[in-house]
Design a binder for this molecule. Structure first.
Ligand code: ADP
Ligand code: MG
Length: 323
């Protein structure tokens, strides 16, 4: 079915997208046919597939941020999911529902946001779907990556005694950072090369919530976080001035930091912290144990359960924003 997307037209738009897509050894046939054809990965590697759907009014405010930022974020959050599996990006598929009044302009703006990221992380646009309607902008990106053994790294491999590390400061991303996350792809691959990784997750829903997913997936473990060790982003302090809640609570509960939470055996943690591979920024924030749940050790040594909840899309409210 043909969808008029403004002065450009759907087919011209697809031609343009096709001309812009760079070849990739993992993509035998990209944009232009009824479906793309991917080449089998390297022997012993796995294909990793992830999808994120981003809605105007929920994950970005189109009237404020524009198409370029919406495009950047839509691809970046998918790249972050590939990083969280320690996978190398291969291809992306982009399905869009464009606001009809400015469809072509928005489509090109989305591409302007995605193309530099795709180039930087060696990913090619291999297909998608284009629609225009009277509703708000909707962008759905599916990203495919390749994970070499011992990857992909899942959420389920944490063990008691493991160290919990994070790759950057947390909290307050809603003040603007959530639109420009830096997917930690390079960091994840460097970590995979240099250490035994037990579990990985990207921090989309907040450290408390996402580490909770790791604990649950790893068979119902617990963890104790060191309040003083958690790197708090300056945005969390600025946001705390507005909300009246402690900056640490924002660091634990806000979503969309898109840093990695890395679970490694204690010996690997010491080695990584002593000489971080490829300059990866790493902070040890706590230790996995056998429960109960997630706890926080105050500077005075008092241990209390973490009550901060991250974002839950299906709950009526969350402490953080969406991921
Ligand atoms: P079909 O009707 O067979 O689904 P389409 O006209 O939807 O074909 O798509 C033609 C080609 O253009 C396909 O290869 C599809 O993957 C690609 N394509 C369509 N829209 C986009 C888009 N927004 N981004 C990237 N590729 C797209
Ligand atoms: Mg189609």
């Amino acid at each position: 079915m043909t969808t008029p997307v403004g002065p450009l037209g759907e087919f011209e738009l697809i031609r343009l997208l096709r001309a812009r897509a760079v070849p990739h050894p993992g993509v035998a046939l990209g944009i232009g046919d009824d479906a793309a054809v991917l080449s089998p990965g390297r022997p012993g590697s796995s294909l990793v597939v992830t999808t994120d759907l981003l809605l105007d009014g929920r994950h970005f405010l189109f009237s404020e941020c524009g198409a370029e930022a919406a495009g950047y974020k839509s691809l970046a959050v998918n790249l972050s999911d590939l990083a969280a599996m320690a996978a190398r990006p291969v291809a992306a598929f982009v399905a869009v529902a464009l606001p009809r009044s400015s469809a072509a302009e928005v489509a090109l703006g989305l591409m302007d946001g995605m193309a530099p990221l795709a180039d930087r992380f060696g990913l090619t646009l291999a297909g998608g779907d284009t629609n225009a309607w009277e509703g708000p902008l909707v962008v759905c990106v599916t990203a495919i990556g390749e994970a070499d053994a011992p990857g992909p790294i899942t959420r389920s491999g944490a063990r008691p005694g493991d160290a919990v590390l994070v790759t950057g400061p947390l909290g307050g991303s809603i003040l603007g950072r959530h639109l420009r996350p830096e997917p930690r792809v390079v960091e994840a691959l460097a970590l995979l090369e240099s250490a035994e990784l037990h579990a990985l997750i990207d921090l989309s829903d907040g450290l408390a919530s996402d580490l909770g997913h790791v604990l649950e997936a790893s068979g119902g473990l617990g963890a104790c976080l060191d309040a003083e060790a958690i790197p708090i982003h300056s945005d969390a302090f600025r946001l705390a001035d507005q909300t009246g809640r402690p900056p640490l609570e924002h660091a634990l509960g806000d979503g969309e930091d898109f840093e990695l939470c890395v679970i490694v055996p204690p010996g690997a943690a010491s080695a990584l912290l002593a000489s971080p591979p490829g300059g990866v920024r790493l902070t040890r924030v706590g230790t996995i144990d056998d429960g109960p749940g997630l706890r926080l050790r105050s500077p005075k040594g008092k241990i209390e359960p973490v009550r901060t909840r991250g974002f839950d899309h299906l709950a009526s409210r969350g402490d953080g924003d969406a991921g």
